[in-house]
Design a protein around this ligand. Sequence first.
Ligand code: CAA
Length: 264
Amino acid sequence: MNVAAFTQLFITEQQPGIWLITLNRPKALNALNRQVLEQLHSAIVWIENQPDARVLLITGSGDKAFAAGADIAEMKDMNAQQAREFSQVGMTTMHRIESSRLPVIALVNGFCLGGGCELAMSCDFILAADNALFGQPEVTLGVPPGFGGSQRLPRRVGPGMAAQLLLTGEKVNAEQALNIGLCNQVYPAQQLQERGIDMAITIAKNAPQALYHCKRLVQASADQSIENGCRMESDLFGLSFATEDQTEGMTAFTERRKAQFTGA
Ligand code: CAA
């Protein structure tokens, strides 16, 4: 498969090892239909298979939206069985992003609603443009979220705030999203991509296996007792001493030079 096969996405290597997926349905505000979800899943796998890939960024095309949700036109006439299957296609893609070997950053440029917000929350963290608007408005359409929003939103912002957003269906702007911990930073819209790439470059300088361990440990912290989480941390800390990158990182420190990590 080559990148031309992804008709609903643009895939570009912005800097060595820094890959950007851009959802490409701007006329439909990058709404997530089955084809987009399946291509997104394949794109993650494709990028992970590039041996030098270090960090993945996900954004939306156009200046209005990251993604305005699951595709309402496609869902409207589904029966219960079809809707459940569609939900599972979305869930599978979100889980695949979450479990990627790469750090994944959402660059939210505009509407980030419903399935769009669920996609952003499946990334390790979210950077937002000052025109971003977040929300889970599914209840206004007669349904609950279907791509994991009811589970990932409380883990991001706490159960009380998640319940408020899920039950009112109201949207929050970038500054409010920052205040409740839904996004990490807010930048002027024109700078979002550049600042995201800068942050990805900083991350990419670090040891790939250590990054993956951090990612897994942060995710595990949501579901484990502190004892189990700390045990897992000890295991992964120990395991990292079997890597060349640990030797390189600590040797470089003592030799007062910058470490050159290879992922080995
Ligand atoms: N699905 C399909 N098409 C969508 C869409 C969606 N989620 N959101 C927007 N579009 C389409 C519109 O139908 C419109 O298409 P046409 O030009 O062909 O009519 C185009 O995108 C532009 O949208 P608007 O004209 O509505 O633009 P606007 O600036 O006036 O409003 C908006 C923007 C507030 C985001 C509005 O489009 C909107 O409310 N969209 C729906 C948001 C939503 O409810 N998302 C949740 C979906 S359900 C879900 O995601 C379930 C789940 O968890 C799995």
